[in-house]
Design a protein around this ligand. Structure first.
Ligand code: ZN
Ligand code: MN
Length: 484
């Protein structure tokens, strides 16, 4: 079956985190009581006129420039007509003829290593629709217009992706960039980032078959499964000599399959026309230049910098640069760290324990309230041998949940490692006397016996010895014993 190539294009809709909506002053906050964030403009009442939110244009420019797009000197809005109860105007204000950005690139990690450029066809601004709430008990449907008029960017890729994994990598890379640009919170579970996926398969040596579109997929796991399912479904059809119908399909996540929604429409079905209420918008080259100059460092550049400047492994650099809050914490604490060993412990603490704590608490990184200076000091306590990594995890957990101060907590709970050389040497000597069998085994070359003796010595010291130091002491005494 592998001779059929999968061809995937992605359209991402992302809700922008402006305070107010695209064409009115209503709040965009998520989760309000139904229909409390509406006005005549976003409720589509006759005679209401839209006023463009300047910040939305700013966010679109930022995104386009970060993705290497060309910015249109003049952009304009169009009406896309369709009827649906969550769309009170009977049309969505969008951009078809003069989208704000075109022809960019997003690099994703290639499956065989290295980076793969994926073309961005265009980025346009449009408004979100309201939400329908279907009530099972009564069988009726309610309309909530809080989301109506919330600004969206639609980012459209060329069909350059070749697998479910690449579709996931594309959305992941795009999401990271949008987070660093500060234009969206990109919460897929709250619907602020949704993907429509176009899938077709290409017969060996032939051209790509008809394409189907999977609408509104709202998790990466669903993206992966939906693309894999759809490509396989199309392959089966083609192998059986049947045609793929160009359709819009719905991904049924629970059932793990896609089902037809409607035949795929063409653009002319929507009767697009320039919106007479919104004059074309001129974007000055000075505005573009100012926005470009103010772009933050993007995740991939950060990654490379962490690897070269801090000499971190690629995997560590990837984790540290996956969210702005984590990257900021690492950079602020890193600036207070004294050397390579401390930085390594810092990276370990963040990538290991801290990410685990965040996941366990179900908290997004931006809600993290951890003092960078305290974290840097904890890393220094580990690299300096005052506490071991197991204790550091416990301290970090207390810092995370109870905002304790690391040194005070270590002192109060007697968690510092034993530093007295005579005490350590004495404990090791006692263990060797108590386990002559293990000493003989070690002399006979059984490395297992060494691990046993380390464990016994650690236990005798209440787990409070620096393991490195203990191993060194034990080796020294064993060599001496063997030499005698
Ligand atoms: Zn409004
Ligand atoms: Mn759209």
């Amino acid at each position: 079956m592998s001779e059929y190539q999968t061809v995937v294009g992605v359209e991402v809709h992302v809700e922008l985190c402006t305070r107010t909506k695209l064409f009115c002053g209503c709040s965009t906050a998520f989760g309000g009581e139904p229909n409390t964030q509406t006005c005549p403009v976003c409720a589509g009442l006759p005679g209401a006129l839209p006023v463009l939110n300047r910040r939305v244009v700013e966010f679109a420019l930022r995104t386009g420039l970060a993705l290497g797009c060309a910015v249109a000197p003049v952009t304009a809005f169009d009406r896309k007509h369709y009827f649906y109860p969550d769309l009170p105007k009977g049309y969505q204000t969008s951009q078809l003829f003069l989208p704000i950005c075109r022809n960019g690139t997003l690099e994703i990690p290639a499956e065989g290593g290295g980076r793969k450029p994926v073309r961005i066809r265009q980025i346009h601004i449009e408004e979100d629709a309201g939400k329908l709430v279907h009530r099972e008990q009564t069988g009726d449907t309610l309309v909530d217009l809080n989301r109506s008029g919330v600004p969206l960017l639609e980012i459209v890729s060329a069909p350059d992706l070749c697998s479910a994994g690449e579709a996931v990598a594309f959305i992941t890379a795009l999401r990271e960039i949008l987070l660093f640009l500060g234009v969206s919170d990109c919460r897929m579970q709250e619907g602020s980032l949704r993907a429509d996926i176009n899938v077709s398969v290409q017969a060996p040596g032939g051209e790509a078959g008809a394409c189907t579109e999977l609408k509104n997929i709202s998790s990466l796991r669903a993206v992966r499964r939906a693309v894999a399912f759809e490509a396989e479904r199309q392959r089966r059809l083609l192998k059986a000599g049947e045609a793929v119908q160009p359709q819009t399909r719905r991904w049924q996540d629970a059932a793990g399959c896609s089902t037809p929604l409607r035949a795929k429409g063409a653009a002319h079905d929507y009767r697009f026309l320039p919106d007479p209420d919104l004059p074309p918008l001129r974007i000055s080259s000075a505005w573009v230049a100012r926005t470009a100059a103010a772009l933050p460092e993007l995740p991939h550049a950060k990654r490379l910098r962490y690897q070269s400047l801090y000499n971190l492994p690629e995997q560590d650099a990837l984790l540290l640069s996956a969210s702005p809050a984590i990257a900021a914490l690492f950079e602020e604490a890193g600036a207070l760290s004294a050397g390579a060993a401390e930085l390594r412990e810092l990276a370990n603490l963040i990538n290991g324990e801290l990410l685990r704590l965040l996941a366990a608490a179900g908290r997004p990184p931006e809600q993290l309230a951890l003092c960078p200076a305290q974290l840097a000091r904890l890393a220094a306590l580990v690299s300096g041998g005052t506490v071991n990594r197991t204790v550091a995890k416990e301290v970090l957990e207390q810092m995370f949940y109870h905002a304790v101060e690391p040194e005070a907590y270590i002192r109060q709970h007697g968690l510092a490692l034993l530093a007295d050389p005579a005490l350590l040497a004495g404990a090791v000597r006692t263990v060797l006397q108590e386990h002559p069998g293990a000493v003989t085994d070690y002399a006979a070359g059984k490395e297992k016996a060494f691990g046993f003796l380390v464990g016994q010595a650690m236990r005798a010291l209440g787990g409070k010895a620096d393991p490195q130091r203990l191993r060194r002491l034990l080796r020294e005494q064993l060599e001496q014993a063997a030499g005698r």
